[in-house]
Unconditional design. Structure first.
Length: 337
């Protein structure tokens, strides 16, 4: 059976999240991280069901902070970035649902242990009663964005990093993406974010499909921004690209950038790291009104007809990600038989 990864705006059955567990990652911000995760969960629950996975013994804390509108289940986990450790869901030609279980190595072995997170995709698929498709390739969900019509965008900075799949060539990686995610065209951007040392440059920090043939790209307006030139190189690649349907891409620029200080560390809150929910978009914001409001306006224009909700995510950014990084959508299955 031929499966394909649907676009993120496809109707969802639910959203999966994981409760913060790795205290050494968050340090003195650990309690605030939990509050921000709970805020994100409650915001998404306003649009679609949310299931929060908590480490055994931590479920009650998650329930209290998330409230009654969020389902909490206890399962063994190492960390709390389900975009990357969770399954990537795909749909068959008749609407059948499956989940691809790629390998996970904590972004090139940056955190230990990670063996439980490497297994969590299979555990979740079994719990949900969803067919598991195995892949031996290391891949995080934040490393790809798709249009649901055969096109995938990723970054060379991440997927070709030697700490992921050193035994695979670029062509072999591309073939596995096509085989497992049902795409026919892969667009390789040269760069992720320079400051994104945690994920080695995931695409969800620099570019996102928002409709077939339409992308939003991070394009900081300040020439002093570390990604000013790099993101313009990315945009040039997109300008020259053709998608799987033979279309030139419509490109919307997201020029806003916001830096805040969290626990003594200068931290960029990435507006592009948003979650598209049923009828809504949940966007990380920095608490810097001018930049926040400008970014929310760009995203609202890119995804018309959806309610845009900004959620303060300064500590999530400090931990290495954003709203997209801590979520994973489960598309609705519609088998025809």
């Amino acid at each position: 059976m031929s499966f394909r990864m649907p676009a993120e705006w496809t109707e969802h059955e639910r959203c999966l999240m994981a409760w913060p567990t790795r205290a050494d990652l968050w340090g003195d911000t650990f309690e605030e991280a939990k509050r921000e995760y709970a805020d994100v969960a409650r915001a998404i629950a306003g649009f679609e069901p949310v299931t929060m996975v908590a480490r055994p013994g931590q479920g009650e804390e998650a329930r209290v902070l998330c409230g009654d509108g969020v389902e909490v289940v206890e399962l063994p986990i190492d960390d709390s970035w389900f975009r990357d450790s969770g399954p990537i869901f795909v749909l068959g030609p008749g609407g059948e649902r499956a989940g691809v279980d790629f390998r996970f190595n904590a972004w090139g072995g940056k955190h230990h242990p990670y063996d439980t997170d490497d297994r969590i995709a299979g555990v979740l698929l079994e719990r949900l009663g969803v067919e598991r498709i195995d892949s031996r390739m290391i891949l995080e969900g934040g490393a790809v964005t798709v249009d649901g019509e055969g096109t995938l965008i990723t970054t060379e900075q991440c997927l070709l990093h030697p700490n992921r799949n050193p035994g695979m060539s670029r062509a072999e990686i591309e073939e596995e993406l096509k085989a497992r995610l049902g795409v026919t065209t892969v667009i390789w951007l040269p760069w992720g974010g320079l400051l994104d040392t945690e994920t080695d440059g995931h695409v969800d920090g620099v570019c996102a499909f928002v409709a077939p043939g339409k992308v939003v790209v991070q394009l900081p307006s300040d020439p002093e921004h570390p990604d000013y030139a790099r993101m313009r190189e990315n945009r040039a690649v997109l300008e020259a690209a053709v998608d799987a349907r033979g279309r030139r891409l419509e490109i919307l620029d997201l020029p806003q950038a916001a830096f805040v200080e969290v626990d003594g560390k200068r931290t960029e809150v990435g507006y592009l790291n948003f979650y598209v929910a049923n009828g809504g978009v949940v966007v990380p914001v920095a608490g810097v009104p001018e930049q926040d409001e400008g970014a929310l306006a760009v995203i609202a224009a890119a995804l018309p007809g959806r309610k845009v909700v900004g959620i303060r995510s300064r500590v999530i950014a400090y931990g290495g990600g954003g709203v997209h990084c801590i979520t994973q959508q489960v598309p609705v299955a519609r088998p025809t038989a």
